[in-house]
Each structure stands twice: as structure tokens, then as C-alpha cells.
Design a protein around this ligand. Structure first.
Ligand code: UD1
Ligand code: UDP
Length: 372
């Protein structure tokens, strides 16, 4: 029996291809939702969009301090695992849900598979970096998305036989939902947006949005890029960022803020953007997969493949540097399948390869879990 643990927006999206694979094969599996994300647009919206069955367990832990939230998830998951005794537990990514899930399972001697293992920002100030390192070192199967992440794991002494380079399930999710999104989403019309004629922004990292100077730098930088290129900005805002904008009294200027979008709508917003500016991990990957240039509003990234292939550049949060990075990326040719008239000019004529696999990562992961 396989237990799939998830708790936040990106985990629902990146676990969805694994859930689909379990369904397709008629496997004995169940899902535990920690409840780390709970607002409709951060949680249920994705179950609806991705047509996922309701989790068997929802721990409803809600928000809290790092320790408080992790402790609640740990205790809740331990209780379920003691009752259910699955053969393997799968966790995905780097959230508090991941670390707590991996810890609960490993102490009960249940095998742990870490999906998206081996990513490293080498910045231990990020809660995510601690979560990744802990999860990797207590996991039995480390599903590294790329050779780069495999290298990080081997450098930390993790035995070779535990590491499987499998690609990233984000590619599976994009491929599985791109067509459905093209058919179903009306967001471009609803917002009155034209392909290649707007900037898409997201930001929610604690180290950015909980810091007044960094958040102001991002907002000022984005407004400056918008003015320089006369392009409107769409910013589907994470609740954490909404809260901090209010608390710091920061005005968005000309930025158009909307509620967090569902996945089918968001894929359209990404695929048609002229440029994506973000501090999200998933967006760095998806922009690379969709062939849309990306400026990352961070000083480091645990996804260096996106920079190495030429699809992404690190800007940090200084407004001048954001403008420079946007200048560097905005005229990149993109490989989107939009009609030619809608494509941005492409003086550089450069393309990049998606480094995250062929969209069959979830099949590989399930095959490996079923082998033992
Ligand atoms: C968490 C993850 C982060 C991931 C992000 C995905 C950790 C340490 N952080 O960050 O790695 O990139 O999810 O989006 O696990 N809130 C709501 N409704 C919700 C969820 C959150 O209003 O459904 C608000 C609350 O005010 C909460 C704040 O957002 O305090 C932060 O939520 P939390 O889950 O602690 O962290 P995220 O910033 O979402
Ligand atoms: N996403 C979404 N709607 C939004 C913003 C993001 O569907 O308004 C999706 C996005 O496509 C990606 C994932 O959420 O798959 C990224 O989540 P987030 O940025 O919250 O977390 P991170 O990837 O940084 O952990």
C-alpha cells in the first residue's frame, strides 16, 4: 500500500500525476492532506481543476509557527501511519509537511520516497532548505529530478543505490493539463490580456515578503519594468504576501493584483506571458518547460538548471537589478505554441531545452516503489 502525503498548493499539483498513475494502475493507495494550505484558492481549487479524489485524511493543521505547524503535522501523520501501516510513504518537495511526513514514517520504519530530492540552495536560512536536507537524509528512495540534484545527494554521502534520477513530476503535470487548460480556461479573455503583452509576477517566499525592504524592492522593480516596456502586470497574490503588503502599508502602484489563480487558468497566464518574474520554485520550472523567460526574485536558486539552460536569471530584490535582469530576458525568443503574430520579437533567437524530463516521471517513481 502506498501513502501519498501533501499539504500545500505545489504539492497538490506535483503529486497529482502520481495520484493519477496510482488510479490508472488500480493500486492500493491513500492520500493524507496535512491542511497546511486550506483557503479554497490554495487548496480545493486544485482538487477540482485536477479532478483529484478527496484525500482519505485531512489533518486540518492550518497555519502556525515553523515548530508549531511541523509538530502538529508530525503527530497527525504518525497517528494515521500507525493505523494504516503502508509499505511506502511518498512526500514531495520541501515544505513543513514534507519534513514532518518523512520523519513520522521513517521512525515507524516505513519506507520513505522523497519526490524532488537533492535540490539545494545552500542557504540554511530558508526553512525549505532545512526541510529538504532532513527529508533527503531519512528517505529510502530519493527521486532526484536531474543529474545536478543527484550530485548534491552523493556529495552529502547518500548511498548511490538510494538515488534515482527520475525527472520532475512538474513536467507530467504541465503536459497532462496544458490541453485541458487551452480548452477550458477563459482567464485571458476575462482579464482582457493579449498573448506576449503582459508581465506575470508571483512572490511569496518568507525571506522576501516578510521583509519590508525586500518586498518594497520587488514592487518598485516590477513597476519600473512595467513602465519601461509599457506592459501591464498581473500578480496573482499568495495570501502571505497579501497579509504582509497590508501590514507594511506598501502600495502596489500600477500592478494589477488578483486572487491566486487555479491551475488551468494559471497555466494560461504563464504560457502567454512576455516575461515571468517570481520567487517561486515551481514557476522557475514551469516557465522553463513552457519556453517563457523568467527573472527570479531571489539571490540564489536550488534550480540552477533553469539558469544554466538560459531560461532564467537571478535578480534578487533590488529594484535596479530587477530592471537589468528584465532587460536581459525580455526579448528572448520563446518556443510557445501561440500564433506568430502574438509572439514577442525575438532578436536573440535563442532556445533552451527543458531540463526536467519527459513527462513520465510519475510512471518511473511508481515502478521503483513497486519493485521491492
Ligand atoms: C509554504 C511553504 C513554501 C511553499 C509555499 C507554497 C513551508 C515552510 N513553506 O509557504 O515552501 O513554497 O507553501 O505556496 O512549508 N495562508 C492562508 N491560506 C492558506 C495558506 C496560508 O491565508 O491556505 C496564509 C496564512 O496567513 C499563513 C501564511 O499564508 O500564515 C503562510 O502560510 P504557510 O503555509 O506557513 O507558508 P507559505 O508561505 O504558504
Ligand atoms: N500556481 C497556481 N496559481 C497561482 C500561482 C501558482 O496554480 O496563482 C501554481 C504554479 O503553476 C505552480 C505552483 O502553483 O505549479 C507553485 O506554487 P508556489 O509558487 O506557491 O510554491 P513553490 O513552487 O515556490 O514551492
Amino acid at each position: 500500500m502506498i501513502c501519498i502525503i501533501l499539504g500545500t498548493r505545489p504539492e497538490i499539483i506535483k503529486m497529482s500525476p502520481i495520484i493519477r498513475e496510482c488510479e490508472k494502475r488500480g493500486l492500493d493507495y491513500f492520500v493524507i492532506h496535512s491542511g497546511q494550505h486550506y483557503s479554497f484558492e490554495m487548496d480545493k481549487a486544485f482538487f477540482e481543476d485536477l479532478n483529484l479524489p478527496e484525500p482519505k485524511y485531512n489533518l486540518d493543521v492550518g497555519s502556525g509557527t515553523q515548530g508549531g505547524q511541523t509538530a502538529k503535522i508530525l503527530t497527525g501523520i504518525e497517528g494515521v501511519l500507525m493505523d494504516e501501516r503502508p509499505d511506502v510513504v511518498l512526500v514531495q518537495g520541501d515544505t513543513n509537511t514534507v519534513m514532518a511526513g518523512a520523519l513520522a514514517a521513517s521512525k515507524l520504519h516505513i519506507k520513505v520516497g522523497h519526490v524532488e530530492a537533492g535540490l539545494r540552495s545552500f542557504d540554511r536560512k530558508m526553512p525549505e532548505e532545512i526541510n529538504r536536507v532532513v527529508a533527503d537524509h531519512i528517505s529510502d528512495y530519493l527521486f532526484a529530478p536531474t543529474g545536478e540534484s543527484e550530485k548534491n545527494l552523493l556529495a552529502e554521502g547518500i548511498p548511490d543505490e538510494k538515488v534515482f534520477v527520475a525527472g520532475n513530476t512538474v513536467v507530467d503535470a504541465v503536459y497532462q493539463n496544458r490541453e485541458i487548460s487551452n480548452e477550458k480556461s477563459e482567464i485571458m479573455n476575462t482579464l482582457g490580456l493579449k498573448s506576449g503583452k503582459y508581465l506575470l509576477v508571483t512572490a511569496h517566499r518568507a525571506e522576501n515578503v516578510d521583509d519590508r525592504d525586500r518586498l518594497s524592492g520587488i514592487i518598485n522593480g516590477i513597476n519600473a519594468v512595467s513602465e519601461q516596456y509599457s506592459l501591464p502586470v498581473i500578480f496573482p497574490m499568495h495570501p502571505r504576501t497579501e497579509k504582509m503588503m497590508k501590514e507594511f502599508g506598501i502600495s502596489p502602484g500600477g500592478i494589477r493584483i488578483i486572487k491566486p489563480a487555479g491551475y488551468l487558468d494559471f497555466l494560461q497566464l504563464e504560457a502567454h506571458a512576455r516575461l515571468i518574474l517570481t520567487d517561486s520554485g515551481g514557476l522557475q520550472e514551469e516557465s522553463c518547460i513552457l519556453g517563457v523567460p523568467c527573472v527570479t526574485l531571489r539571490d540564489n536558486t536550488e534550480r540552477p538548471e533553469t539558469v544554466d539552460c538560459g531560461g532564467n536569471v537571478l535578480a534578487g530584490t533590488d529594484s535596479k537589478r530587477i530592471v537589468e535582469a528584465a532587460e536581459e530576458m525580455i526579448n528572448f525568443v520563446d518556443c510557445r505554441e501561440t500564433d506568430d503574430s502574438a509572439k514577442p520579437e525575438s532578436p536573440d533567437n535563442k532556445l533552451w531545452q527543458n531540463p526536467f524530463g519527459d513527462g513520465k516521471t510519475s510512471e518511473r517513481i511508481i515502478d521503483i516503489c513497486l519493485k521491492d
